[in-house]
Design a binder for this molecule. Structure first.
Ligand code: F6P
Length: 569
C-alpha cells in the first residue's frame, strides 16, 4: 500500500470502513446509478416521504432533534430538519456503499489517479497530512515535499512579518497583494476574511483577480510600491487574467520605484507548479513556492496558494488551520457513513437534487467573517460537480451538482429569504453558526443566534392557516401570511471561528462534494467546461483591436456585438 497516511488501513467489521484498497476493482464495476438497488428503494420511499410534513416527522419522534445529529472535527451537525426518516437515511447510506464510496475514499487518500481525465491524483488531503505520514506518488513521498514547502513558507512569512525582508528601497513590507483567480484567489481571500480576527492589523492585504483593470487600480491606489509585496498565485502560470494583472503590477511597481527593474526581486514572489513560466516572467525561482499537479486549483487554499493567509495570520495559525482540515479528513475517512458529516451532507444534497428536483443549496453563515465563504464554495462545488458525463464518458440521465450560493445572515433575511420561505421552489439551506463571538459586543451575538435558530424553525414548521386566522388576520390576508414550512435545512454549529474550525469547515464541503460526485459517478476534479470560453476569448481579442475591420466568422449575434464594440470603444 503506497499511502501509509496513518490511514487507509482501518478497523474491520463495519462495511463503511476501509478495506485497505481491496475494493479498488469493485469501483470499476459499479452498477449505473438508476439500477442500484438502494436508488430504486429510494425512488419508492420518496413517494411515501414526499407527502409528509416535517411537523409530522417531528411529531412522530420526540427525540428526532437529538437523533438526527452527528459530530466530528469540532463541528456539530443537526440534520433533523431534513425531509428524511430513518428509512431514507438507511437507504441513502446504502446508496453510498453501492456507489463504491468506501473504495473511492481509500483511492483518494492513497493517491490513486482518480482524476481520470487529467491522469492525476486528487491528493489535497496530503497538504494537511502529518509530517510522520508517507504518501507515495510515482515513488516519491509527497508528504515530505509538502512539509518542506510549508517550512519555506513559514520562514518567508516570518521574515516579512518581522520586517527582516525589506523592499528594494530598504523599507519593510506593509502591504501584500495576492494576484490570482479562481482557486488561486477565492480560497486566499475567503481565508483572509474568515481569519481576519487573527491577522496582522498593521499590514494591508488585497486580492486582485479580475482582468477588469479596475480590480488592480482600486487595489493599489493608496499603496506605496516601496512597501508592497505581490504574490503572483497561479497553478499553471499561464492564466490570462493573472498574467495580465501581474504585468500591470510589475509596471506599476517599477514605475513607482523610479524605473528600477531590479526592484522586482524584492517585491514579487510566485506560487505555482510551473517554474519555467515563473522565471520567464522575471521572478527568481528562489522566491517561488511550489505545489503539485495533484492539487486542484479549488482544493489548493491550504497549499502554498495560502501564502497570503500565512502572511496575514502567521505560520502557527496556518498550521492550526491545517490541523482542522486534517481532523475532518480523519473523520471522513474513518467515521461510519451514518455518522459521517461530509457523507451525510453529500447524501442529503443528492436526495434533494435527484428526488425533490431542488436546483440549489443555500449556504447561510451567521458569522460575518465568513462573508466570502459562499463565493468560495461556488467554485468548489460547481466547478467540481457541474458535469454531465460519467467517469466513463457516458451522458448522465439524472441531475448532478446543484447551484450553491448564499450570503451571511442576518443580511440575507432582509433580501432573498422571502423566496425560501414562501416561494415555489425548494431551497435546502445550510446554516452555519458559532456558539461564541470572537469579539463579543453587548447582546449582538445572542440576537444573531436567535435569528439563525428562528430561521431553521420557521422554514421547517411554518405557520398554518389556522394559526394565522387565530392571530385575527383579516381573511383576505390569510393566504399571504401562511408559511407552508416543510423547507429543509442543516445547522452546522461550532464553538468559535478558529483557524481549526475554518479548516474543518472547508474540508467538510470538499468531502461532501466528493461524496456527491461519487454517487453520480462523475469526475469532481477536472474542469474542461472552462476551456471553450477561454479559447474563444483568445480568438476575439485581436478582432476587437485590429486596425482594419476584421473578417468575422462567428454567429451573427457575436459578429454584431464585436462590430458594436469596435464602433463604440
Ligand atoms: O478557470 C479554471 C481554472 O483553471 C480554475 O480551476 C483555477 O482555479 C483557475 O482557473 C486559476 O488557474 P491558475 O491557478 O492556473 O491560474
Amino acid at each position: 500500500m503506497p499511502g501509509a497516511f496513518a490511514c487507509v488501513r482501518m478497523e474491520g467489521g463495519d462495511p463503511d470502513t476501509s478495506d485497505g484498497g481491496r475494493n479498488a476493482n469493485a469501483m470499476r464495476a459499479i452498477t449505473p446509478l438508476p439500477r442500484r438497488p438502494a436508488w430504486k428503494a429510494l425512488v419508492s420511499h420518496h413517494k411515501t416521504i414526499a407527502g409528509l410534513h416535517l411537523r409530522q416527522l417531528f411529531a412522530a419522534d420526540s427525540k428526532r432533534g437529538e437523533r438526527f445529529t452527528a459530530s466530528g472535527a469540532g463541528l456539530f451537525l443537526d440534520y433533523s430538519k431534513n425531509r428524511v426518516d430513518a428509512e431514507a437515511m438507511k437507504r441513502l447510506v446504502q446508496l453510498a456503499r453501492e456507489s463504491g464510496l468506501r473504495a473511492r475514499i481509500d483511492a483518494m487518500f492513497r493517491g490513486d489517479r482518480i482524476n481520470v481525465t487529467e491522469h492525476r491524483a486528487a491528493l489535497h488531503v496530503a497538504l494537511r497530512a502529518p509530517k510522520s505520514a508517507t504518501i507515495l506518488v510515482d515513488g516519491k513521498d509527497v508528504v515530505a515535499e509538502v512539509h518542506a514547502v510549508l517550512d519555506r513558507m513559514g520562514a518567508f512569512a516570518d521574515r516579512v512579518r518581522s520586517g527582516r525582508w525589506r523592499g528594494h528601497t530598504g523599507r519593510r513590507i506593509r502591504n501584500v497583494v495576492n494576484i490570482g483567480i479562481g482557486g488561486s484567489d477565492l480560497g486566499p481571500v475567503m481565508a483572509y476574511e474568515a481569519l481576519k480576527h487573527y491577522s496582522r492589523r498593521d499590514m494591508t492585504f488585497r486580492f486582485v483577480s479580475n482582468v477588469d483593470g479596475i480590480d488592480f487600480v482600486e487595489a493599489v491606489r493608496d499603496l506605496d510600491p516601496a512597501e508592497t509585496l505581490f504574490i503572483v498565485s497561479s497553478k499553471t502560470f499561464t492564466t490570462l487574467e493573472t498574467r495580465t494583472n501581474a504585468e500591470s503590477a510589475r509596471a506599476w511597481l517599477v514605475q513607482g520605484l523610479g524605473g528600477r527593474e531590479r526592484a522586482v526581486a524584492k517585491h514579487f514572489v510566485a506560487v505555482s507548479t510551473n517554474a519555467g513560466q515563473v522565471s520567464a516572467f522575471g521572478i527568481d525561482t528562489a522566491n517561488m513556492f511550489g505545489f503539485w499537479d495533484w492539487v486542484g486549483g479549488r482544493y489548493s487554499m491550504d497549499s502554498a496558494i495560502g501564502l497570503s493567509t500565512m502572511l496575514a495570520v502567521g505560520p502557527a495559525n496556518f498550521r492550526r488551520m491545517l490541523a482542522g482540515f486534517r481532523a475532518m479528513d480523519e473523520h471522513f475517512r474513518t467515521a461510519p457513513f451514518g455518522e459521517n458529516l461530509p457523507v451525510i451532507m453529500g447524501l442529503l444534497a443528492v436526495w434533494y437534487s435527484n428526488f425533490f428536483g431542488a436546483e440549489t443549496v443555500a449556504v447561510l453563515p451567521y458569522e460575518n467573517y465568513l462573508k466570502r465563504f459562499p463565493a468560495y464554495l461556488q467554485q468548489l462545488t460547481m466547478e467540481s460537480n457541474g458535469k454531465s458525463v460519467t467517469l466513463a464518458g457516458r451522458r448522465v440521465r439524472y441531475a448532478t451538482g446543484p447551484v450553491y450560493w448564499g450570503e451571511p445572515g442576518t443580511n440575507g433575511q432582509h433580501s432573498f429569504y422571502q423566496l425560501i420561505h414562501q416561494g415555489t421552489r425548494l431551497v435546502p439551506c445550510d446554516f452555519i453558526a458559532f456558539a461564541r463571538a470572537l469579539t463579543p459586543l453587548g447582546r449582538h451575538h445572542d440576537m444573531l443566534i436567535a435569528n439563525v435558530l428562528a430561521q431553521g424553525e420557521a422554514l421547517a414548521f411554518g405557520k398554518t392557516e389556522a394559526e394565522v386566522r387565530a392571530e385575527g388576520v383579516p381573511e383576505a390576508l390569510v393566504p399571504h401570511k401562511v408559511f407552508e414550512g416543510n423547507r429543509p435545512s442543516n445547522t452546522i454549529f461550532a464553538r468559535q471561528l478558529t483557524p481549526e474550525t475554518l479548516g474543518a469547515l472547508v474540508a467538510l464541503y470538499e468531502h461532501s462534494v466528493f461524496t456527491q460526485g461519487t454517487i453520480w459517478g462523475i469526475n469532481s476534479f477536472d474542469q474542461w467546461g472552462v476551456e471553450l470560453g477561454k479559447a474563444l476569448a483568445q480568438r476575439i481579442m485581436p478582432e476587437l483591436t485590429a486596425r482594419a475591420a476584421p473578417r468575422l466568422a462567428h454567429d451573427s449575434s457575436t459578429n454584431q456585438l464585436i462590430r458594436h464594440y469596435r464602433r463604440a470603444r
